[in-house]
Write a protein that binds this ligand. Structure first.
Ligand code: BGC
Length: 404
């Protein structure tokens, strides 16, 4: 007989997207500029045209039994020039949020998901100390405008991933590779979150505010130099996974923790880099997804148990994969939910689970090759529900996971 696990009442079930990755037509931010410089395999251009088709997308989310949807606002639409707000775009996002509400889907609203308005980008971006007050102005405006339309607010998505790709790896705009800049940007983003947290609470009642924190499992490669490999893995774990959360929690600026979890990295020491380098040697027997990422469902349990000490509700604000075959998505989904349920069983307060992503979309420096969506999109941008999304639907509607 199949066994099953029931999830808590009012558990949030849904998916996540970000504005630039799905909307299309964004021509006033750093990623548009980056695409024009041919630094991505393809331009984002129309993306999947969700700017115009959001009703259709949310209809599908509703049909899939979702009661929550994470979206982001595109700052460059709302404030195309410093201190000049575009009311038409604000009204557009009001419609987007109202259309979720009309479908009984709770909005989880992200204010910064990797993209920056060009005016902000060209004037030092997050290195400029004024970035903090600039972000605050934007947050002040949107939290007044969208009062009552979102229960959960995420100020900044994955600050460390942003900083790693944009200021250390040089793969995202502005393409920098500098440790001192990394530190300056993290400090400004942390300050920006602290002030945004206060502003949102001043302007809105009964909302929960957080960041979405990407957390990975870092394991030392068991090969040569195990001790040093372990040291690099430990450093990554401290610096990349937990330092910022500890700082923000100490400042009492998190009402819950948004957790983005994808998998595991193996780390090999490198004399050129404190944090070592990723290792893909044949010792590691774990399955890899179509992007080459190691799939490690138990890692979700480990992370959730570690986060328990914060004594804050946790929401999985992203978890997902890109695969070549449908059954692998379903397997990934079920295995991760199984470990999430184990964490619930051990007393971790988890309030929701959002799959990345609702729909296939633009995957940053990888272009359109990655397919994370519950909904597929063809060349004419017609939508179709993927088979594994129906398995997820069953789980969402019954609030229950069956397993063998
Ligand atoms: C980001 C998304 C991205 C996803 C898959 C997350 O780190 O927030 O924007 O598409 O990972 O790579």
């Amino acid at each position: 007989m199949a066994k099953f696990i029931l999830f808590p009442k009012n558990f949030l079930w849904g998916a996540a997207t970000s504005a630039y990755q799905v909307e299309g037509g964004n021509i006033n931010n750093d990623w548009y500029f980056w695409g024009n410089e041919k630094k991505t395999p393809s331009r984002c251009a129309k993306a999947v045209d969700s700017y115009n088709r959001f009703e259709e997308d949310f209809d599908l989310a509703g049909q899939l039994g979702h009661n929550a949807q994470r979206i982001s606002l595109e700052w460059s639409r709302i404030e195309p020039q410093e201190n000049q707000f575009n009311q038409e775009e604000i009204e557009h996002y009001r419609k987007v949020l109202l259309s979720l509400k009309a479908r009984g889907i709770k909005a989880v609203l992200t204010l910064h998901h990797f993209t920056n308005p060009l005016w902000f980008y060209s004037d030092g971006c997050w290195l400029n100390p004024r970035s903090v007050s600039r972000f605050a102005e934007y947050v002040n405006r949107v939290s007044k405008e969208f009062y009552g339309l979102a229960d959960y607010w995420i100020t900044i998505n994955e600050p460390l991933v942003y900083v790693y790709n944009s200021y250390l790896r040089g793969a995202w705009p502005p393409g920098e590779k500098s440790i001192s800049k990394v530190l300056a940007v993290i400090a400004n983003m942390a300050r920006a979150h602290l002030s945004a947290y206060k502003i949102i609470h001043n302007n809105c009642q009964n909302v929960s505010v957080s960041i979405a924190k990407h957390i990975r499992i870092f394991s030392p490669c068991q090969g040569l130099g195990l001790g040093l490999n372990a040291l690099s893995a430990y450093l990554r774990n401290q610096v990349f996974n937990y330092r910022l959360l500890e700082f923000l929690a100490k400042k009492k600026s998190l009402d819950f923790i948004g957790v983005n979890y994808y998998g595991r990295d193996f780390v090999k020491f490198s004399s050129k880099d404190f944090f070592g380098r990723d290792c893909y040697c044949s010792r590691h027997q774990l399955r890899r997804n179509s992007l080459g990422w190691y799939v490690f469902p138990e890692g979700l349990l480990k992370i959730l148990m570690r986060l328990k000490k914060f004594n804050l509700p946790l929401m999985i604000t992203e978890n997902g994969t890109s695969e070549k075959e449908d059954y692998l998505y379903e397997k990934y989904l079920r295995q991760h939910l199984f470990y999430l349920a184990r964490a619930l069983g051990q007393g971790v307060d988890i309030i929701g689970y959002l799959w990345w992503s609702l729909i296939d979309n633009f995957e940053w420096d990888k272009g359109f090759g990655a397919k994370f969506g519950l909904i597929g999109v063809d060349r004419d941008l017609n939508r179709s529900i993927k088979p594994f999304a129906l398995a997820y639907k069953d789980i969402c509607l019954n609030n229950k996971l069956e397993y063998a």
